[in-house]
Design a binder for this molecule. Structure first.
Ligand SMILES: C[C@H](NC(=O)[C@@H](N)CCCCN)C(=O)O
Length: 419
């Protein structure tokens, strides 16, 4: 790695292409929810089958994503973004045009295998081009555009009403078309990347050392606190917000389905704008760990407000919205600072192995606790054990964030990874 970096205009052009590619990827990820009802009424899929179409995304990644991270270090961000975008397009196409459930599930499996490694490669791409200058802002912008892809998939029944009127297939064909656009952006990124890479302005795959399992143990203490925070925070926020919060708002706070869904979606929409804004702030102040600790602290506070008070739901929604924007805006740039550039993909891969397992485990545990306590509209108190579980996990996440701050974040410029 050289101290010289590509020009700012090149970096921003690459950043824009990566953000466009992420938009498409997040759109396809969230494209099943809006057609769930049509899949049930037109194809006779059960709830479990619809659930499986999303669960099968995470399943292979509990193992495979580590391989994906190692491949990103070995072959470079641009090549891996391109290859995995191709796998994602194949998965999205198979999902849209399969005549039966097995084919659709295989398509989602393929998409999941490509998408998580694609996500690592895009983070690595931004770290390559923005290392040391506006890194958190650039990552926040790319993630914000990605969240816009998720929000767009949620809005697609309104935007593509005529496609939805024709049935389940046209909306998924549109998702496959958007995956093709994501591939086109990745192709252009790969093509533009060849110049700066050949000029030695970026870490090259050829210089990345060979992967050795023992190396995993050589990440510093700060990395392990970050990994633990990643697992605890994403498990709580995704299991609660993506799976149980709408039901919880309905049964405990008396909202109807549409209002509960709308309340939930504000968290996404806030993140579109707030993630880059928080990234910008971190870059300006050159502080990461205190912001991360603050964002992590807001989650247990929000859960406490939800479970223990009768305050307006806007309070907890705002707190979760800030946490959902602030933590990712700081976590990934910070990860790129506490590990060597040649190990960035491996480091994220290992974090996401644990993260995928944690999210599945938290979903399972929360569902089990609700079933055991008989949680329902008639028995809202039955949700208390789930909220205690999420509360304890998010508090533990907070402790990890504080330990990280103590370990790595007290100096003004915080940790700098060894080359
Ligand atoms: C950057 C981070 N991504 C992840 O944590 C992925 N493992 C899961 C992404 C699933 C939605 N596309 C994030 O999105 O904050």
């Amino acid at each position: 790695m050289t101290d010289k970096l590509p020009s700012r205009s090149t970096a921003w052009l690459i950043g824009a292409l990566v953000a466009m590619a992420l938009f498409g990827n997040y759109y396809v990820y969230d494209s099943i929810g809006p057609v769930a009802d049509l899949l049930q009424s037109q194809r006779g899929f059960s709830d479990s089958q619809v659930g499986l179409l999303n669960a099968i995304y995470s399943l292979p990644n509990v193992v495979l994503i580590l391989v994906g991270g190692v491949l990103v270090d070995r072959f470079g961000a641009a090549r891996m973004t391109l290859w995995t975008a191709l796998v994602c397009l194949a998965g999205a196409t198979l999902t849209a045009f399969s005549p039966n459930f097995f084919g659709m599930a295989t398509g989602r499996l393929l998409f999941g295998i490509g998408a998580e490694t694609f996500n690592i490669a895009t983070l690595a791409a931004i770290a390559d081009y923005f290392g040391g200058r506006s890194l958190a802002f650039a990552m926040g912008l790319a993630l914000g555009v990605g969240r816009l892809g998720s929000a767009s998939a949620d809005m697609s029944p309104t935007w593509f009403a005529s496609a939805y009127a024709q049935g389940w297939q046209p909306p998924l064909a549109i998702a496959a078309g958007i995956a093709a656009a994501s591939l086109a952006a990745s192709l252009l990124y790969w093509w533009l990347d060849r110049g700066p890479r050949a000029a030695g302005l970026l870490p090259t795959g050829k210089t990345a050392e060979k992967f050795v399992w023992r190396d995993l143990l050589h990440f510093g203490r700060a990395y392990w606190y970050l990994l633990a925070l990643c697992v605890l925070w994403y498990s709580v926020i995704l299991a609660f917000r993506s799976t149980f919060s709408i039901k919880y708002f309905q049964h405990v706070h008396g909202l109807d389905l549409a209002t509960a869904g709308e309340m939930n979606s504000y968290v996404f929409l806030a993140a579109v704008f707030a993630t880059p804004a928080f990234g910008w702030l971190c870059d300006r102040l050159q502080r990461y760990a205190p912001f991360l600790a603050f964002g992590a602290l807001l989650l247990p506070i929000a859960l406490g407000v939800l479970a223990l008070t009768h305050w307006s739901l806007w309070v907890s929604t705002a707190l979760i919205g800030i946490s959902f924007s602030l933590v990712p805006a700081v976590m990934w740039p910070m990860a790129s600072r506490i590990v060597a550039p040649s190990r960035f993909g491996t480091a994220i891969g290992l974090m996401w192995v644990a993260q995928n397992a944690g999210i599945s485990g938290a979903n399972f545990a929360a569902g089990w606790l609700n079933d055991q306590a008989g949680a329902s509209a008639a028995n809202p108190a039955g949700y208390a054990p789930m909220m205690e579980f999420f509360g304890i996990a998010s508090l533990l996440g907070c402790v990890c964030a504080l330990m990280l701050w103590l370990t790595a974040g007290r100096r003004r410029h915080e940790v700098k990874a060894p080359a």
